[in-house]
Design a protein around this ligand. Structure first.
Ligand code: IPE
Ligand code: MG
Length: 228
C-alpha cells in the first residue's frame, strides 16, 4: 500500500490525511477480497524501515491503527475475517500491541478470509530470525543441517501458516519490493500500478486480478508441459 503521502501532497493536505484516506481503501479492498472468495490477503502496513519517518508521522500511523482496529472489529466478525500479523508486533507501542492481541483473539475462529497485517515487518529481519531459530535447533540436535530444505525454512518464517503469494500488488508507481516477503514471492506474479493507494478501489483490484488471470504461471516448466 503505497502513495498515501503523495495523494495528500497533490491536494495540499497533510500526510496524515493521506493515511486516513488510505484506511478507506483498506476497508474496501478487504471487503472486496472476502466477496471474491480469496482466502488470504496480506497488507504491508508498516515496515521495519518506517520507524525512520518523523516521529509525528509514526505516532499518527500507530493511532490510526488502533482506531481502525477498534472501529472494524464488528465488520471483521460479521464477514468472518480472521486477523493475523507478521513482523515483531511486540515491539509496537503497547496500545497497538494490546489492541492487535485483542482483535486477533476475538477473530481467531473466523474462516472466510485470513487478513494478515505486516507490521514492524521486514523480510531481511524475518529471514535473519528464521536462520537464528534453525541454528539453535541444529545446535541442540533437533534438526540436522542436511535436512534443511524449503519446508523447514517455510516453517520458521512468520508466514508459516500462509500459502505462497500468488499475486503481489504495489500501488503508486514505485517499481520496488522494499523488503516485503522476499522468500515467499519467488514465484509470485507482480503487478505494479500508478494508482495511489487512497485511490485504489474495488475496480482497480478487479483489474489486477483479471490481469493475473491472463498470465501463464510456468514455475520453470515449458508452456507445452502445462497444456498436457
Ligand atoms: C504508504 O504510503 C503508507 C505507509 C507506509 C504506512 P506512503 O506514506 O509511503 O506514501 P508516499 O510514498 O509518501 O506517497
Ligand atoms: Mg511510500
Amino acid at each position: 500500500m503505497d502513495g498515501n503521502g503523495r495523494w495528500a501532497k497533490k491536494r495540499g493536505l497533510l500526510r496524515a490525511i493521506g493515511h486516513e484516506n488510505g484506511t478507506q481503501s483498506v476497508r474496501q479492498i478487504v471487503e472486496c477480497t472476502a466477496e471474491l472468495g480469496i482466502p488470504y490477503l496480506t497488507l504491508y502496513a508498516f515496515s521495519t524501515e518506517n520507524w525512520n519517518r518523523p516521529k509525528l508521522e509514526v505516532d499518527t500511523l500507530m493511532k490510526l491503527l488502533v482506531s481502525s482496529l477498534k472501529k472494524e472489529l464488528k465488520t471483521l466478525t460479521k464477514n468472518k475475517i480472521r486477523l493475523n500479523t507478521i513482523g515483531k508486533i511486540e515491539k509496537l507501542p503497547s496500545s497497538v500491541y494490546k489492541e492487535l492481541q485483542s482483535v486477533i483473539e476475538q477473530t481467531k475462529n473466523n474462516d472466510r478470509l485470513t487478513l494478515t497485517l505486516a507490521l514492524n515487518y521486514g523480510s531481511r529481519e524475518e529471514i535473519t530470525n528464521c536462520i537464528k531459530e534453525i541454528s539453535v535447533k541444529v545446535k541442540n540436535n533437533l534438526i540436522s543441517p542436511e535436512d534443511i530444505d524449503d519446508n523447514i525454512i517455510n516453517n520458521h518464517l512468520y508466514t508459516q501458516n500462509l500459502p505462497d503469494v500468488d499475486l503481489l500488488i504495489r500501488t503508486s508507481g514505485e517499481l520496488r519490493i522494499s523488503n516485503f516477503l522476499l522468500w515467499q514471492i519467488a514465484y509470485s506474479e507482480l503487478y505494479f500500478t500508478d494508482t495511489l493507494w487512497p485511490d485504489f478501489t474495488k475496480e482497480h483490484l478487479h483489474e489486477a486480478i483479471l490481469n493475473y488471470q491472463n498470465r501463464e504461471r510456468r514455475f520453470g516448466k515449458t508452456s507445452e508441459q502445462l497444456r498436457k
